[in-house]
Design a protein around this ligand. Sequence first.
Ligand SMILES: Nc1ncnc2c1ncn2[C@@H]1O[C@H](COP(=O)(O)OP(=O)(O)O)[C@@H](O)[C@H]1O
Ligand SMILES: [Mg+2]
Length: 201
Amino acid sequence: MTGRFISFEGGDGSGKTTQIRKLAERIRQAGGDVVVTREPGGTDLGLKIRQALLHGEDLSPRTEALLYSADRAHHMATVVRPALERSATVITDRFMDSSIAYQGGARGLGIDTITKLNRWAVEDLVPDMTILLDLDPVIGAQRVGAKKDRLESAGDAFHAEVRQTFLDLAAKEPDRFVVVDASRTPEEISADIGTAYDRLR
Ligand SMILES: Nc1ncnc2c1ncn2[C@@H]1O[C@H](COP(=O)(O)OP(=O)(O)O)[C@@H](O)[C@H]1O
Ligand SMILES: [Mg+2]
């Protein structure tokens, strides 16, 4: 049997890094083999792509979408699939739903187009469970403070569109998505995530 594949999604400051650390710790304490990774930048090539995406020159929306999907294809082939094949649990900080929300929704490239591009990039390997940390992006921005990368500096309407697209995706795939109210305390949030994880196994 292959391992479980879990993605965390949500805007910046929604608590993905915080909650992934907690879930990974919980799995490790139970003796599980867990790989924590992220997109973009889960590989050496991915780090270069991440640098270009988040801190480089202005990119057209299509360029941006292709770079994210290139990072994802490489990450899937070299990190995620091998770990799942040895039955590890893989937790990724962002996955294809981020591309669908940011490039498909907020950048206006189209949900279907970006979904198809990414399904192709990952050869249809979709997470077993996606935790969506839902939070007002204004609060998320307050949590992360002043230091913003290229996408974080996009406007309020952009981030509102990202949030709404994530929620729409979750409504379309209720079996895969777990929507968590991320405005609460880290402990309340991790309790919900723990319950969802226990159901998955
Ligand atoms: N539930 C929470 N309530 C308040 N602050 C939080 C919460 N979860 C995380 N934080 C803080 O908000 C900031 C962003 O959290 P982080 O986990 O890095 O989010 P993300 O990875 O989604 O950008 C960090 O400073 C973190 O300590
Ligand atoms: Mg983070």
